[in-house]
Design a protein. Structure first.
Length: 166
């Protein structure tokens, strides 16, 4: 939050756990904003939160109508990919269900906004860099298209196309 404030933004924190089973309320809240920034953590826990809050459908709808800009760090961009395949057992634990989350099977499919996987923290000073190297090996061995991002890089998708900046 301090880093976002430091660049002149006025962020608020929105906890998806407060919207479990309340997709309409989540949509009403998200339509108040032009930008959402999704921080990192476990991709599988975040995917569960998207599912139980309805964020997966709400965000996809808002993005398709160009009503929202989606930005994020680490696991945040994973949600835009086709699947969490490749990070299981390497970076994140697929079967971990945090306290307060409903039980249920692991959700592998993501929003498929992007047609490729993202490998964050590539060759960076991040504790997960070695794990990402193994994930990239998995992507290559299984012919999964991906973009590897160093910390400080971003994928920009706009009317001009898609490009890596930073």
């Amino acid at each position: 939050m301090n880093e976002l404030k430091g660049i002149g933004l006025n962020p608020i924190e929105l906890d998806l756990r407060q919207y479990f089973g309340k997709a309409a309320e989540l949509k009403a809240e998200l339509t108040k904003y032009d930008l959402m920034y999704i921080r990192g953590g476990s991709g599988f826990v975040l995917r569960r939160a998207y599912h139980h809050s309805g964020a997966d459908k709400v965000i996809k709808e808002l993005l398709s109508s160009d009503a929202l800009v989606y930005a994020g760090y680490s696991a945040g961009p994973f949600m835009l990919c086709p699947s969490l395949e490749g990070i299981d057992g390497r970076v994140d634990l697929p079967d971990f269900i945090p306290e307060g989350y409903p039980d249920g099977p692991t959700i592998w499919q993501c929003l498929s906004i992007l047609p490729y996987a993202i490998a964050p923290h590539y060759k960076s000073d991040h504790p997960e860099t070695k794990e990402i190297d193994r994930t990239i090996e998995y992507y290559i061995a299984n012919h999964i298209p991906f973009i590897a991002l160093h910390d400080g890089e971003a994928i920009v998708v706009d009317a001009k196309g898609q490009r890596v900046v930073g």
